[in-house]
Design a binder for this molecule. Structure first.
Ligand code: BG6
Length: 510
């Protein structure tokens, strides 16, 4: 057998063979961007791997007046454009498209929801669906409450079968609005039927943080303040705000990324081992650690937070415009496109270990990583000179791109003398498992159909995160600390460098 034909034992079991209970998924906002880029391609890929049960149906629901056929045509185009797997399997696609239909729904009109209810009943009888419903709000957040209340008014949240609602981040824009949203949703659906999507949790590499920590015995004993010096979490993007000026100018990096994706990474890195990998145990531990993060208040906000905004510059050899020149952004906007925080976790494990978090747009490269920096050895056995080229040990969990994990340690340089240099021990997903990971939305949609909310954020997690973010937002609105400018293509404003320098540290260059 030639080497390239040998089966890779690690590639076994890579497909998700779980099959969901049959249901109708209603996608509100079905003609919009999220549905076309992510949801419909993810459903097609689930169909391809046979995870969609017989009878499963999708009803597109949006304001536009389109026919079933026009919706199917749109879906087909989007799937061709955005599917993770290519080429498209025509037989699978045709079967999938035949399960699609469309109902025009104006969210303010109860009659439209009644018409939707009628369509769902017809599908139940023609496709033998036992009343199971998933309502996916792929719509702007201000519509979530209206949709939920209309579903209730049209009695679409009751009857035989399960009834689940899926909402996308942002969950509110501060603690109060998040609570209000939760209260409304909970009037209509019990908490365990509310699926709040933070798509980072669907990423394989994010789930692997828990596998790395808790499926191995050698890392956890060193995963604490005894040996760890600091943790750096970076969510860097080359892209600017693209066509999302209207949303982004209201949100900023702190609300858009830090409140959700970045704090989720903090929680997964810092949480205690859950009793089991189930929704209650995992989310209980995440909430506990988020509550142990010391809120930044008063003077600490000026000392421990940095906000920045990109001006014109160069990213990957291309000239880019400044944030204030972007479409739908106020010309004198003070919205941050970069945020950095120094966080402390007040518990036994992490006392004295700073967690530095940064997120930004128009940075030199797109990379998301968690870098766990260890302390220096307590004694210089080989003398200062031999150790000149050695950095302290570090474990980097690379979330994207080039997904993998690396461990940095010192090794003797092969030569007569004794010089030590840092080297890396690397694990890469692609070379180890030979396949690309599924899209986050494939995993999350399937989990929702199956009824497993482990990878969705619970109301108390969302609130714990806003509790940390609100005082910072308020101070930033009052101009403290001042907004630092950085040219597109730089690693944020000067103050970001100084934040770590003040502690005798520096940011890792991914
Ligand atoms: C979204 C943010 O939640 O995440 C975007 O709203 C950001 O601003 C995106 O670009 C990043 O996601 P990913 O999967 O590309 O890292």
């Amino acid at each position: 057998m030639k080497v390239e034909e040998a089966p890779n034992p690690l590639a076994e079991g890579l497909h998700d063979y779980r099959v969901a209970d049959t249901a109708v998924m209603v996608i509100f906002g079905a003609t919009g961007d999220l549905s076309g880029r992510k949801l419909l391609p993810a459903l097609y890929n689930l169909a391809k791997q046979r995870s969609l049960p017989a009878g499963f149906a999708v009803v597109g629901a949006a304001m536009s007046d389109v026919t079933d056929d026009a919706f199917r045509k749109l879906a087909s185009e989007k799937i061709h454009q955005f599917s993770r797997t290519k080429p498209i399997d025509d037989r699978v696609l045709e079967a999938f498209l035949s399960s699609l239909s469309y109902v025009k729904v104006d969210f303010s009109k109860l009659d439209d929801f009644r018409a939707l209810a009628q369509r769902l009943q017809e599908l139940d009888s023609s496709r033998h669906i036992p009343g199971n419903r998933i309502f996916y709000c792929a719509t702007p957040p201000p519509t979530y409450q209206t949709i939920a209340l209309q579903l209730q008014a049209a009695a679409l949240n009751t009857g035989g079968g399960f009834h689940r609602i899926v909402v996308e981040k942002p969950f509110g824009s501060d603690l109060n609005s998040a609570r209000e949203l939760t209260q409304t949703l909970q009037k209509v659906f019990p908490e365990n039927s509310v699926y709040r999507i933070d798509h980072y949790l669907g990423k394989e590499t994010v789930q692997n943080i828990l596998a790395f920590r808790f499926a191995n015995s050698i890392f956890e004993p060193v995963w604490n303040a005894n040996l760890i010096d600091s943790v750096q979490i970076t969510v860097a993007e080359e892209i600017g705000i693209e066509q999302r000026g209207a949303y982004y100018d209201q949100a900023g990096a702190l609300r858009d990324i830090v409140q959700n994706h970045a704090l989720q990474l903090v929680a997964l890195t810092a949480m205690e081992p859950p009793l089991a990998f189930d929704a209650t145990a995992v989310r209980d531990e995440k909430v506990k650690v988020l509550r142990a993060v010391r809120p930044l208040l008063g003077d600490d906000i000026a000392k421990s937070t940095v906000r920045g905004q990109y001006t014109k510059g160069w990213v990957l050899g291309e000239q880019v415009i400044g944030y204030c020149d972007e479409k739908n952004v106020a010309p004198d906007s003070q919205t941050e496109t970069f945020a950095a925080l120094r966080l402390s976790i007040d518990n036994w494990r992490w006392a004295g270990v700073p967690f530095y978090v940064r997120a930004g747009k128009r940075l030199p490269k797109s990379v998301t990583e968690i870098r766990v920096q260890f302390k220096r050895p307590p004694h210089l056995t080989f003398g200062r000179e031999a150790m000149q080229e050695v950095d302290p040990n570090a474990i980097t969990l690379r979330i994207q791109p080039e997904e993998g994990i690396s461990l940095k340690f010192g090794a003797k340089v092969p030569s007569a003398g004794l010089r030590i240099r840092s080297v890396n021990m690397d694990f890469q997903y692609l070379t180890s498992f030979l396949v690309e990971a599924p899209e986050a939305y494939e995993r999350l949609l399937l989990d929702c159909m199956i009824g497993d909310p482990t990878l969705f954020t619970r109301a108390d997690e969302v609130e714990a995160a806003w509790h940390l973010i609100d005082p910072i937002e308020e101070s930033w609105r009052n101009g403290v600390p001042p907004l630092g400018m950085y040219p597109g293509g730089a690693w944020g404003p000067e103050a970001a460098t100084m934040l770590l320098q003040a502690d005798g540290r520096e940011w890792h260059r991914p």
